[in-house]
Design a protein around this ligand. Structure first.
Ligand SMILES: [Zn+2]
Length: 295
């Protein structure tokens, strides 16, 4: 894992989100869990070398942030937002996050033996014991963990600000140098979330995906969200249909998809455009966009 500060570690180079942990004088706090079983088992062992795991915080409900909770049973108290709790690995007719987690074993052949049967998994996926609806501050040893409710990418989004380390884990409020997934988003809220993170006194920004960065990247993420929204709003102003807009608007050339998901590029472009189109034409009240709880 990458050591960001003396007490902060993260993993940015495997498929799934960037999970991490913070070492305190009274144990370890884990932030998001690896999606791939082998990585989850490995990170748990790595974290426990530094002391008992006290808390496990999930920053959002997308499966690449929560599926690995299964492998952290008995290791600390799980904390996440009410929206994460209510949408934890929910199976939809058009999208089954458990099946998606199983497909990803292509990138983790050794994980096959660790992968639970569906019934076994859903009997206890290790959901939150502490469920929050706003900001919460934890004190663990000498460290402070400000859990900031920063909706936008998803309604239950949390950023974890650790002032003693001058670090913030943003979750998917930031996709650093990789494709941004907009399909479960509210862009106006997301921009407000970036404003909130931008004023934190930190040196290191650990994004949900992509390499560790700094506060300057907030400007890049903000510009991308505005470009996306403007591109679709402009298409609507030109009178393009939903299908024409999906066919013509794409940011595929801007960034690669994060590790292991290159095959999702068209899916991301299509659903990003469709969700923005529906919101900007106020169709969202009558037409529910496909759920996409996978990244
Ligand atoms: Zn996400």
């Amino acid at each position: 894992m990458q050591q960001v500060t003396p007490n902060v570690f993260t993993e940015t180079k495997t498929r799934g989100c960037n999970p991490g942990f913070v070492v305190t004088s009274e144990g370890v706090v884990v932030i998001d869990t690896p999606q791939l079983p082998t990585q989850a088992i490995t990170m748990r062992a790595e974290a426990e070398k530094h002391g008992p795991i006290r808390y496990l915080i999930n920053t959002e409900h997308h499966l690449d942030h929560i599926f690995g909770n299964y492998y952290f049973k008995g290791a600390g108290t799980v904390i996440h937002h009410q929206f994460v709790y209510d949408n934890f690995m929910t199976v939809y007719p058009e999208l089954d996050p458990f099946a998606y987690a199983e497909e990803a074993l292509l990138d983790d052949p050794d994980g096959r033996a660790l992968f639970p049967a569906r019934d076994e998994y859903f009997a206890d996926p290790n959901k939150g014991e502490i469920v929050i609806t706003g900001d919460v501050t934890l004190h663990v040893g000498d460290h402070t963990f400000h859990l900031l409710h920063t909706p936008g990418h998803t309604p239950g989004q949390i950023a974890v600000y650790v002032p003693e380390e001058r670090v913030v884990f943003t979750g998917d409020t930031i996709f650093a140098q990789c494709q941004t997934w907009l399909m479960t988003s509210n862009v106006d809220q997301w921009l407000a979330a970036l404003d909130r993170i931008q004023v934190l006194d930190v040196d290191h920004v650990i994004p949900g995906h992509g390499p560790v960065t700094d506060l300057a990247y907030i400007n890049t993420q903000r510009a991308l969200l505005l470009e996306w929204e403007t591109a679709v709003a402009t298409a609507i102003a030109k009178g393009w249909t939903r299908e024409e807009t999906i066919a013509r608007v794409s940011f595929a050339g801007r960034y690669p998809v994060d590790i292991g998901q290159g095959h999702m590029m068209d899916y991301i472009q299509t659903l990003n455009v469709a969700s923005l189109y529906d919101k900007l034409t106020r169709l969202s009240a009558t037409k529910t966009p496909a759920p996409s709880p996978i990244a």
